[in-house]
Design a protein around this ligand. Structure first.
Ligand code: PLP
Length: 425
């Protein structure tokens, strides 16, 4: 279909339109292929997917703006917060459902800003982030008109507690750690960061958008997981995305607090207009119902056992891909990951390894692997859908490295390439 420059006068026939849309998707990310490594966390579970389609259809037009009008949706939201709080160690009423990690982080930063103004007497609060923290924190700071300072991480890729301590000043309101960070899949030293914050009466947020629904099951698979939940003294808020390793379709995350008083700082109510009382728990007004019912149905359908089973597949895929990379001479995983996302690159000094890594990335993209290319390496996120492609990837990685060393052109046209900017998703 040609691009539209105005609303069509006569509407299109529904069947024709559906065909157009279907054809138009041919260039879109095929997240079910096992060849995509970001954006969609592929549960590889047709029964779950069918359930998700069914429940989304049931609530397609409904609006969760007013929970009183939807007792069923309201209960699902309450359940989602309670299940998350139970898993991560806080009170069942001390959280809210949001549309995603960015909104959860926005809420936590806003609550911290207002807490700092009201309780700590800091008129112009700021937040301290490891350099690996997700851009959503800097975005929140921009929208909330506060400063966000990034502290370089240590050589091992984790937050530098000593440098964070040195960076604290009279404006600091919130320290942040990731569990794990997106670029390297490393868990920051949350115990030490939280202790640093609490000794000074500051808040500490753990960004577990990525790990919130996987790390709790990672230790069931025999992996050691450093502490990162509310079990750590001094952790005051936490974000965990159900639409990542909780396998819900998009639009579901939770922001949780140790103390409900902090949650209340993100609540909004207003009646000084002729339209009646208006209240909301998160920035959104009208809220689509499908993500709520979808997240609820997904978690309740999978249950703990289902999530452990998915975690086992993710673990198997991770081990397989790590071994495939390990087998390639001159390539390495840059930091041994704590979970199932990681970066790999050519070995050597940055000026040598970056061009070699990019040449290999081009070869992989040309072979249909939808990898993300970060500033200094290739980023992979493992999901259950990757278990079946380990051998194909290993073979294509070998072929890509050989082709790059011979300066061979990438097999497919450059239109398939992604930009070198990190997608951070
Ligand atoms: C660690 C981390 N935090 C936050 C986010 C932002 O989540 P969203 O894209 O759902 O807003 C992401 C996304 O990948 C992430 O990996």
């Amino acid at each position: 279909m040609e691009p539209l420059v105005a609303l069509p006068n006569a509407g299109f026939d529904a069947a024709e339109l559906l065909q157009n849309i279907t054809e138009g998707r041919s260039g879109d990310l095929d997240w079910q292929s096992g060849r995509a490594f970001s954006l969609v966390y592929n549960a590889a579970d047709p029964t779950l997917e069918a359930l998700q389609h069914d429940v989304a259809g049931l609530f397609l037009h409904d609006n969760a703006l007013n929970p009183m009008a939807y007792p069923s949706l309201r209960q699902m939201e309450v359940d989602l917060v309670a299940m998350s709080a139970d898993l991560l160690g806080t009170d069942s009423r001390s959280g809210a459902l949001t549309s995603g990690g960015t909104e959860s982080i926005f809420c936590a930063v806003q609550a911290a800003r207002d807490h700092a103004r009201a309780e700590l007497g800091i008129a112009e609060p700021s937040i301290l982030l490891p350099s690996t923290a997700h851009p959503a924190f800097t975005k929140a700071a921009k929208y909330l008109d506060i400063e966000a300072h990034r502290v370089p991480v240590r050589n091992d890729g984790r937050a530098d507690v000593a440098a964070t301590e040195a960076a604290i000043d009279e404006t600091t309101a919130l320290l942040v750690g990731s569990a794990p960070c997106y670029p390297y899949g490393l868990i920051d030293p949350v115990t030490e960061l939280a202790a640093l914050a609490s000794a000074r009466g500051l808040l500490c947020h753990v960004d577990a958008c990525l790990g919130g629904w996987l790390l709790p099951f990672w230790s069931d698979l025999g992996e050691e997981v450093a502490p990162w939940t509310f079990a750590v003294d001094g952790v005051t808020s936490l974000s965990a995305d159900i639409h990542k390793y909780g396998y819900a379709y998009k639009g579901a995350s939770v922001v949780l607090y140790r103390d409900r008083a902090l949650l209340k700082r993100q609540f909004f109510s207003f009646d000084d207009w002729p339209g009646g009382f208006y209240g909301s728990a998160t920035p959104a007004g009208t809220r689509p119902a499908p993500p709520i019912v979808g997240a609820w149905a997904t978690l309740v359908h999978l249950g703990r056992e289902g999530l452990v089973a998915k975690a086992r597949l993710v673990h198997e895929a991770t081990k397989g891909f790590l071994a495939a990379i390990d087998a390639v001479e001159g390539f390495e995983v840059v930091h041994d990951p704590d979970m199932s996302v990681f970066m790999f690159a050519a070995s050597g000094a940055p000026e040598q390894r970056v061009p070699v890594t990019r040449a290999v990335a081009d070869q992989l993209l040309g072979r249909g692997w939808k990898i993300d290319v970060q500033q200094e390496g290739i980023h992979l996120m493992m999901s259950p859908g990757h278990v079946d492609v380990v051998d194909d990837f290993a073979a294509d990685l070998h072929a890509s490295v050989a082709a790059a060393r011979n300066n061979a052109p990438s097999p497919s046209d450059p239109g398939h390439r992604q930009s070198y900017a990190s997608r951070a998703n």
